[in-house]
Design a protein around this ligand. Sequence first.
Ligand SMILES: NC(=O)c1ccc[n+]([C@@H]2O[C@H](COP(=O)([O-])OP(=O)(O)OC[C@H]3O[C@@H](n4cnc5c(N)ncnc54)[C@H](OP(=O)(O)O)[C@@H]3O)[C@@H](O)[C@H]2O)c1
Length: 179
Amino acid sequence: MTAKITLHMVSSLDGFIAKKDGSISWMRSTDTYEKGMTLSDEDIADVLQKIDCYVMGSRTYEHALELGWPYGDTPVVVVTSRILSSNSPSVSFYSGDLKELVNNILRSKYQNTWLVGGALLSKGFLQQNLVDDIIISIMPVILGDGTLFFDFIGKEQDLHLIDVTAYKDGMVELWYELN
Ligand SMILES: NC(=O)c1ccc[n+]([C@@H]2O[C@H](COP(=O)([O-])OP(=O)(O)OC[C@H]3O[C@@H](n4cnc5c(N)ncnc54)[C@H](OP(=O)(O)O)[C@@H]3O)[C@@H](O)[C@H]2O)c1
């Protein structure tokens, strides 16, 4: 099996991944969609244990530290041009060419890497064709303002729809493969 880079993002219906004030309560839906699926804790654990490495931009990293670290001791690579430090042995920092990061480090070390944002780093990956799959979880909300997921990538890209799953809380997950 070839090593894969999956871009995963939670978005509002109008394409925002973050509010200006940084609050994330919009990611917890109170909607009900009777025909939707429910994920058990075991299902979630099953998905998470298949992820070998997370990659993220420094703003996402700093926000995750503020909110409470959700990545356990899975390796995390933070892309930054600053000198940052961490007490955690699972966190490393990368500065430089994204192609080299993906081809020389991520694809050679990890089977299943998840790029978990934010918009700026995702844009760099998409512009340089470094993403294999996109999984987007659309919450039943219009935010109207904030950080756009796809903010003028400047490049047309055909996608292949692999799967669509609707959940009981009204979240719809779209899974695409990039051609
Ligand atoms: N809804 C979701 O699923 C989701 C997921 C992730 C994040 N978020 C939210 O999105 C917001 C952050 O997103 P964002 O787009 O503002 O920022 P981001 O992509 O997380 O981080 C941007 C930073 O990453 C570094 N960076 C990006 N590309 C680089 C490159 N090619 N070379 C070197 N460094 C590079 C730079 O760091 P330096 O400035 O340090 O050099 C840049 O300022 C946060 O509020 C976060 O909570 C939401």
